[in-house]
Write a protein that binds this ligand. Structure first.
Ligand code: ZN
Length: 289
């Protein structure tokens, strides 16, 4: 799975050469849509090559946002993941104008029924309770369905004495649900406290971006917190804080690297090392007896 930078560059060069040869010989071009432009360095990379590189830019190392299913593909042992609570959705979405339509549209576009996928899978052969948030679905904001799915997974992990791994990504609490969304912060935190008291191990993986009510609840309550490089992690936005305290904040404020420097997280892990790192942590924290 791991490839050196040189290997990745060689592969990319080969693809570009082939693409050119096809164009010369057959007078046709490979459609542009197989090339993806990096939001950070603007380099174009073939989508197939990008998928092979776990959606990390070969030029600058930018970690693309992943769908929940792609994350499961990268982390869980092949074919081992079994989803739970897929049909658990909000029942009352009429209170906020346009909310029902927004949910419908996200469901159609993403193929997800809500912003988090939960289930049981194996990581390095170890049975694990896994939750993955999907930022394509309303910025993975936390409403009642997301909070309930996470809470049920924590309770299932406690009951089955499984370790818990949550891949966090979120714009925060879902404002369309008002106070109900804020209550999910309390509910998930209380469930984690019970899980912890019962001896459970919880690894939280913070991905870009993890903000608002999710960062202020279950995302930062892990026994171990690891983050992907360059992830934005924080509660309120940088500009809001600057306006409130009337001070200029450092350039990399709320970036994973800044948080590591300040001791707020335990490690930054490149995506190519993520599965092997989690496997090692699960072995180290395995429950005995
Ligand atoms: Zn790049």
């Amino acid at each position: 799975m791991e490839q050196s930078f040189k290997e990745r560059k060689n592969k990319l060069t080969l693809f570009k050469t082939l693409r050119h040869a096809i164009k010369e010989k057959q007078g046709r071009d490979i459609p542009d849509n197989v090339f993806i432009t990096c939001p950070k360095c603007k380099a174009s990379t073939p989508s197939e090559s990008l998928m092979h590189d776990l959606y990390v830019c070969p030029e600058c190392g930018y970690h693309y946002k992943l769908s929940a299913r792609e994350r499961v593909r990268q982390i869980c042992d092949r074919g081992s993941f079994s989803a739970i609570d897929k049909n658990l959705v909000n029942v009352d979405t009429d209170a906020f104008p346009g909310y029902t339509e927004k949910i419908d549209s996200c469901q159609r576009q993403t193929g997800m029924s809500e912003a988090v996928l939960t289930g049981i899978g194996k990581i390095g052969g170890k049975k694990t309770a896994v939750a993955v948030m999907d930022s394509r679905f309303m910025m993975a904001s936390m409403g009642s369905a997301v909070g309930e799915r996470i809470t049920r997974l924590i309770e299932l992990a406690a009951k089955k004495r499984l370790p818990l791994v949550i891949f966090c990504a979120s714009g925060g609490a879902r404002m369309q649900e008002g106070i109900i969304s804020l209550m999910q912060m309390v509910k998930t935190s209380a469930a984690l406290e019970r899980f912890s008291e019962a001896g459970g191990f919880y690894l939280s993986v913070l991905t870009n971006p993890t903000t608002g009510g999710v960062s202020a609840s279950f995302a930062t309550l892990g026994d171990i917190l690891i983050a992907e490089p360059d992830s934005l992690i924080g509660f309120a936005g940088k500009r809001v804080i600057e306006n409130t305290i009337k001070e200029k904040l450092p350039e990399n404020f709320q970036k994973a690297e800044f948080l590591l420097e300040k001791g707020a997280i335990d490690a930054i892990v490149h995506r190519s090392q993520m599965k092997s790192t989690i496997e090692k942590l699960l072995v180290l924290h395995e429950r005995r007896g």
